[in-house]
Design a protein around this ligand. Structure first.
Ligand code: ATP
Length: 627
């Protein structure tokens, strides 16, 4: 009989259990480092061996058997309070069988798994005169009821004798783990494939006739295996771990399907009640709800069957479609891909999902749709990156603009200051300029000597004897003698007979600017008839700019300055024209002839025309000449 040892917790127990086990086994309160060999020995001691176990005498099967027994004990402890008191977490085979022999724990647990499966459980043994014999019979009744109920549920079962010394306790463990698997399957909604204990070596003789097709059994765990079979057990344990992974995925799928069922059922009920007007006056009762829900269940069942078939095909293809068995990571990768794909697709597209077997290590189940999704995902990532980049650029541009705006605002302030200074300087300049004009004289008198024209070109008749630079002119009277013959006159300036129209205007020009600066200016010509007043003020030919007189030249400058200052100030230019002749004042621009003589009208003001440029004045002049 091979000795048993507590299982290697690294294989089947959770990390927390490992920690607890190590602390419990360690001598003393402090933790210590132990190697695998010592760990096995300590666990063997904890499992009931008084003598230290030589690890070299143990085989993997013994470790595996103990692990499964512990798993079964742990589950029974969780399911039943009585079991928690009686069973230890890592019981020896003898202790395990002894605790279950009365059938009380098994019956209580089975009733929790399948309520009402065993209507009558013998709780307290009746001690009478016949003592233990009566108790044994009552215990046997529990065991018999349990085994009958389990067989009725088409689960793995065992013989009563398997709980006796020399019996096959492995079958008892198989039965309990089978019950555990069934219970967990029911708890998760009873959807999908279920299996107990995770073992997958299929031996049809181990199953009762008529077991569910999804039930995967195991060969009896207490069959002794020699060392040559250890490699098979290594594979078995590997597969056990793999199957647990599959169970995890299936559990997730079950949860999703449960949710789907609830959602669909409630949704169908909701839709049915909303759309069906006939039920408005109909009292809602359980029958109506049952009918609608039944329909929902039917629809959902169809969907589940379809999915179940699909999953079956997938697994079969994966297992059979390869020349050699898949490695663990290949199998996991394939399942993971399948789950990812399936969860990413809408339900009506599941049927399009393509399962593709392949050869060797290169397994790929990507469909065209997945490729499209991948491409779109990639594009989305690129777009996100591009968006992020653009956002950074915009932020950078925003910062640059803010800096530029600050600079512009700063420059604008400088300009405002400069502009203010400029206006001050301009005003100062204006004042100085007009002061200079004042200094030149508020009233200036110029003298222009009319040259001899045509038949008068005899210089002997000239009365001008001398013209000085400082405005002096000496006039000769040839009819007189001595001092009386010559007289000196002084003006601001004297222009000789050869002076051009342009030279005459140069001394007048500065006064035009003074007009626009707000000063009153009056320019007029004085002299006897034919002395050249009209020639000087208007010019002989208004169509030739070179011969323009003071008036037109002044108007030209006036409008040029007005235009230059148009951004700062707006000027309006008007013209009036009067004639004083023979003690009569006449309005030359009066349209109404009755108002032509002074007083012109009730306001005593002559007519005024607005003009926009010097040409307007010329038109007026032409008009007057033709009147
Ligand atoms: N500086 C000059 N150079 C050449 N010709 C001149 C000059 N001044 C006047 N004349 C000529 O003398 C003539 C008379 O001049 P103008 O008509 O200007 O005199 P006036 O003073 O206006 O006379 P009135 O008072 O009678 O109107 C014109 O033929 C004119 O061309």
């Amino acid at each position: 009989m091979p000795q048993e040892i507590s299982p290697n917790p690294m294989l089947l127990n959770t990390p927390s259990k490992n920690s607890r086990g190590l602390k419990g086994l360690a001598n003393g309160a402090t933790e210590e480092f132990i190697d695998d060999r010592e760990l096995a020995q300590r666990k063997a001691e904890a499992a009931g061996y008084r003598e230290p176990v030589d690890i070299s005498n143990l085989n993997t099967n013994q470790i595996f058997t103990a692990a499964r027994r512990n798993q079964a004990a742990e589950w029974l402890r969780q399911m039943d309070h009585g079991a928690a008191e009686v069973l230890s977490t890592e019981p020896s085979e003898e202790h395990f069988c002894l605790s279950l022999r009365n059938g009380l724990i098994l019956c209580n647990v089975l009733n929790k798994v399948n309520p009402g499966a065993i209507p009558k459980v013998v709780e307290i043994p009746i001690i009478d005169t016949e003592g233990a014999a009566q108790t044994t019979i009552q215990y046997f009744e529990n065991m018999r009821n349990f085994l009958v109920a389990v067989a009725r549920m088409k689960l793995l079962t065992f013989e009563v004798s398997d709980l006796e010394k020399g019996g096959s306790s492995g079958k008892v463990v198989d039965c309990i783990l089978c019950l555990k698997g069934y219970y967990e399957w029911r708890q998760s909604g009873g959807v999908g494939v279920w299996k107990y204990g995770g073992t997958v070596r299929i031996t049809s003789t181990s199953f009762p006739k008529g077991s569910p097709s999804s039930l995967i059994g195991s060969e009896s765990a207490d069959e002794s295996l020699d060392e040559s079979e250890s490699s098979q057990f290594e594979e078995l344990l590997e597969y056990l771990h793999l199957s647990n992974e599959v169970s995890l995925h299936e559990s997730k799928v079950s949860t999703a399907l449960t949710f789907l069922f609830d959602h669909l059922g409630i949704g169908l009920l909701q839709t049915y009640l909303t759309e069906t007007n006939e039920l408005d006056d109909f009292p809602m009762n359980s029958m109506v709800i049952d009918i609608v829900l039944r329909k929902a269940v039917k629809d959902l069942s169809s969907l589940l069957i379809s999915q179940g078939n699909q999953l079956g095909v997938f697994l079969k293809n994966m297992l059979k479609g390869n020349c050699k068995p898949l490695l663990k990571h290949e199998f996991l990768q394939a399942i993971s891909n399948y789950i990812d794909q399936r969860s990413g697709l809408v339900s009506n597209e599941l049927s399009k999902f393509c399962i593709c077997g392949n050869k060797g290590k290169d397994i790929s189940y990507l469909t065209d749709k997945t490729s499209v999704l991948d491409v779109q995902q990639k594009q989305l990532e690129e777009l996100k990156a591009s968006f992020h980049l653009t956002k950074l650029e915009v932020q950078q541009a925003h910062l640059t603009w803010e800096q530029e705006l600050k600079k512009i605002a700063h420059h604008t302030k400088d300009l405002e200051v400069a502009s203010s200074s400029y206006h001050k300087v301009l005003e100062e300049n204006r004042q100085l300029y007009n002061q200079v004009q004042d200094l030149k004289g508020a009233i200036r008198v110029y003298c222009r000597v009319k040259p001899f024209v045509h038949e008068q070109s005899d210089e002997q008749h000239s009365t001008v004897d001398y013209i000085g630079e400082n405005g002096n002119i000496m006039i000769v009277n040839r009819q007189k003698q001595g001092k009386e013959a010559r007289k000196m006159f002084t003006f601001n300036k004297v222009f000789g007979g050869n002076t051009s129209q342009e030279q005459i205007y140069l001394d007048t020009q500065p006064l035009i600017r003074s007009v626009l600066d707000g000063y009153n200016v009056c320019i007029f010509a004085y002299g006897q008839t034919g002395s050249g007043k009209t020639y000087t003020m208007s010019g002989p030919d208004m169509t030739t700019e070179d011969t323009w007189g003071v008036n037109y030249r002044a108007l030209r400058d006036l409008f040029e300055l007005t235009e230059a200052r148009m951004d700062v100030i707006k000027y309006e230019v008007g013209v009036q024209m009067i004639e004083i002749y023979n003690e009569q004042v006449r309005d030359l621009l009066a349209i109404d002839g009755s108002n032509r003589r002074y007083p012109f009208n009730s306001f005593f003001l002559p007519s005024q025309f607005s003009i926009l440029n010097s040409h307007d004045m010329i038109y007026i002049y032409i008009y007057l000449n033709h009147c």
